[in-house]
Design a protein around this ligand. Sequence first.
Ligand code: FPP
Ligand code: MG
Ligand code: MG
Length: 442
Amino acid sequence: QPGVSNPFDPFSMVSAEMGVLAKHIAQLIGSGHPVLNRVASYYFEAEGKNVRPLIVLLLSKALAKIPDEERTRIIIDQYDVNDQPEFKGTPKAFSFAGANPLQSITPLKILHGINPNIILNPLSRPMIDQDAYVTLDKKNGILPKQRRLAEITEMIHTASLLHDDVIDFADSRRGRDSGNIAFSNKMAILAGDFLLGRASVSLGRLRNSEVVELMSTAIANLVEGEFMQLKNTVLQPDTKSIDNDGQSKKIPEPTGKVPVKVHEYSVNPLNTISHQDNVNAAFEYYLHKTYLKTASLMSKSSRSTAILAGCNENIIENCYQFGRNLGLCFQIVDDMLDYTTTAELLGKPAGADLKLGLATAPVLYAWKEKPELGPLIARKFSQPGDVEIAKTTVDVTKGVEKTRELAEQYRNDALKNLRHLPDSDARSALELLTNSVLTRSK
Ligand code: FPP
Ligand code: MG
Ligand code: MG
């Protein structure tokens, strides 16, 4: 029973913050349109795994254990200006307790979230975002900006799920109708866009251009990753769209007037390169796609978490690698579960990838053993019987076993990354989270 007896249970360690996170997100996504409100909040109502905000919050906590001397950025110890009489009524002009601001911050006394420029240029009257003055919760070491980053990350992820379920013709998510089914494709897409817009507003308010750049790149990466796995025809001829009048409509086939060439697996059974080279190229493609569609958001939000904490470059890079390895492990497990479990247990469609024409790790490993699977992969399992043959081939080969081993490698690498952080309860919780990504059943 998770969360009951283990003191390092990732969720219990930041359960208060997770409660606040849900409340803040609800505030951030309010609009003047009641139906938009319903669609935009729909996926937040059902219980998700919350992996991404957990990573950001626990990493924040773990990074708080790093001594100030080891941070390269000037972040000054945080206190609530409203509790400090000298700051009352002057939120825009920052003044230090000492006469000389430079003296009072050496050695690196760190004020989280304040523009370092004010340190470099102490004589100019600094303009400080009101947001910078927020109390650091000394008890848990999580900075207000890191909390907001956790919210932003979850909002971006949820936006991508709304879009993903349209693209994947999904009918369920989190144990109930998916957004496209409950509302319509159009509304699901618009609500996703709306969430992205509001996430961007919140991102801008962090007043950290490096973090804005990273998180915006993550959004672009999600789309790139999704594009890499689109079918060549882009739309299946029998594609049905459920519209907001509840009618099922046939989407016109692409006219072919605009040649659409989506990059494909370099699978060509007739070419001259060896089977092994073909398999390797397909894996490279698969892993790159996986990085873009899943690991990028986790790695870039982890990197941003460290940037906001003023960590040195080594720690920043290490956090990035942690997010990358954990993200790759997460999606590879996701691709494995698509083969090994049921829709009922997952709360979303199972066995969906082959039907969508997708060759993920289990079938790629099966192909490595059975080269005759090549033509089926190349035609994206589009002929009658292809899906069944591929499934059976995965069953009779080491497809699933090898996939688990691959996920395990990334899990191990992620655990190694964590070893670079100071020992703490939060680090132990992150280790537990990392292990549970591998062993999860949904
Ligand atoms: C789930 O994968 C989907 C993703 C990890 C990313 C989806 C990204 C887009 C649809 C691009 C649009 C992006 C934004 C930012 C709006 P999956 O389909 O393999 O997993 P599932 O089983 O949970 O559906
Ligand atoms: Mg999907
Ligand atoms: Mg998808």
